[in-house]
Design a binder for this molecule. Structure first.
Ligand SMILES: Nc1ncnc2c1ncn2[C@@H]1O[C@H](COP(=O)(O)OP(=O)(O)OP(=O)(O)O)[C@@H](O)[C@H]1O
Ligand SMILES: [Mg+2]
Length: 435
């Protein structure tokens, strides 16, 4: 890249940003200064937390609900605005249980521990740090917020249930010292879906708060508020309604709506125009493309093969639904000969991962006396998936499909002609075939 090219990039970025007055209001990671709605969920959380003032706080509150329903935001907003100490960590940043402990310790200003120093030692340090924090602030409640709590359970060897048990025991220890602690777990799943053992379940009780998905009008209120603060000019309400509609098609997702609004603004900025519905539609496909690229680049070779098998069958055969066995056969055909195949069972699990990542949808169908089987259908353009998975291979699939379609069209045209006209039009072909 030379200076001229860099100057062009700078110019493009400035153009993208030209219609915003303050983009920070469209930042999905920042906690906003004001919350729209969610009074009932906030009230439940405040009620659970403030019961420490009367001497007893529940050890664990489980917050759960669909993606983009405001869980992380509301928990942080409430904790920030109460007279309590709190530590918020997103466990997605930690790959193991020990990594999670280190994340908490580092949030409290402690250096990382080595695995060899052990979990018990880490808990002694954690207790000390919590007591120090409470002493310094003169508060009596410490809230430990564990966001994306489910990631803890991917570490099967690290005994996640033991870790939660140790935290609950810590809550009990602090209570004996007249200090309070409450663990707030945040996840898309309800607590009973986690593999927690009985000694944990009997101690934590059932203090749960469910975050229902937003309705389309809730989403609209949230983005109307953000649009007012982040753009130089007023955005048409029709455009905001279109954003809210698209972000609520599956379930009301405030994050998706905010992302959509920001990306539409960037696209409109490049064209030096006000945002229109057309920019929103362009933003949808741009965001989908980015999302697919991220999912696929983070997937294993076999995951990409499973995606490619489904894309191949969809694209080449022009058919939507495909069974697990059809897909497995296609996977076996395209896997490179020097790579070991995964088992049929592992492959079916991979298809479920495909559905969970939003790339495909599934349905169960009766196979008569053979019971029931799953069918899968791509929910995105096969060309986009094929190109993202194997950019060197996919163009050859497109080329051979084109040849097949051309040949089919010629066959159809041929069939529709009389024998004489066929002979005159396709004389060479007929002669070559000896007709
Ligand atoms: N009630 C609300 N008022 C204002 N902004 C909101 C509200 N709810 C959500 N948002 C905004 O929507 C975005 C997504 O919210 P958040 O990250 O809290 O969702 P989540 O439920 O934690 O999703 P996930 O399960 O995917 O982590 C954030 O930018 C947040 O600021
Ligand atoms: Mg969240």
């Amino acid at each position: 890249m030379d200076k001229k090219e860099l100057a062009k990039i700078v110019g493009d970025v400035r153009a993208q940003n030209s219609i915003f007055s303050d983009k920070s209001f469209l930042d999905n990671l920042a906690v906003p200064n004001s919350i729209i709605g969610r009074e009932s969920e906030s009230k439940k959380l405040v009620k659970f937390l403030l019961s420490y003032e009367k001497g007893l706080v529940v050890p664990l509150v489980s917050i759960y609900g669909r993606s983009g329903s405001g869980k992380s935001t509301i928990v942080q907003f409430v904790c920030k605005n109460l007279d309590v100490d709190f530590c918020y960590v997103n466990l997605r940043k930690a790959k193991t249980v020990f990594g999670c402990i280190n994340l908490i310790l580092s949030e409290l200003g402690h250096e990382n521990l080595k695995n060899a120093q052990g979990v018990s030692n880490a808990f002694v340090i954690l207790e000390k740090l919590i007591l120090q924090t409470l002493e310094k602030s003169n508060n009596s409640l410490f809230v430990l917020c564990l966001d994306e709590f489910d990631t803890l359970f991917y570490d099967k060897r690290g005994k996640p249930s033991d870790f939660v048990y140790k935290l609950v025991v810590l809550v009990e220890k602090l209570r004996a010292l007249k200090k309070h602690m409450c663990i707030v777990t945040i996840s898309n799943k309800v607590l009973s879906e986690f593999n927690l053992d009985d000694r944990v379940i009997s101690r934590v009780g059932t203090s749960e708060i469910y975050f229902d998905s937003y309705s389309q009008s809730d989403v609209l209120k949230i983005i109307r508020n953000r649009a007012k603060k982040s753009f130089l000019k007023k955005i048409d309400d029709d455009v905001l309604q279109h954003c809210a509609y698209i972000s609520s098609e599956e379930h009301g997702d405030a994050r998706r709506a905010i992302d959509l609004l920001r990306t539409s603004g960037e696209i409109a900025g490049i064209e030096n125009k006000n945002i229109s519905k057309k920019h929103v539609d362009e933003a949808v496909s741009q965001l989908q493309k980015n999302q697919i690229t991220t999912i696929i680049s983070g997937g294993s070779y076999h995951f990409r093969l499973a995606c490619a098998a489904l894309s191949w069958l969809t694209y080449v055969n022009d058919e939507g639904w495909h069974s697990t066995s059809e897909l497995f056969k296609q996977y076996q055909k395209i896997i490179s000969s020097d790579t070991r195949q995964i088992s049929y069972r592992r492959f079916s699990e991979m298809l479920v991962e495909l559905v969970n990542s939003g790339i495909a949808v599934s349905k169960t169908e009766s196979k008569g006396r053979h019971g029931y089987g799953s069918q899968f259908k791509l929910s995105v353009d096969p060309d986009l998936i094929g190109n993202s998975c194997f950019p060197d291979w996919w163009p050859s699939v497109v080329e051979s499909k084109k040849r097949k379609d051309d040949a089919l069209r010629s066959m159809k045209a041929l069939k529709s002609l009389s024998f004489g006209r066929r002979r005159s039009r396709f004389g060479n072909l007929y002669r070559n075939l000896g007709l």
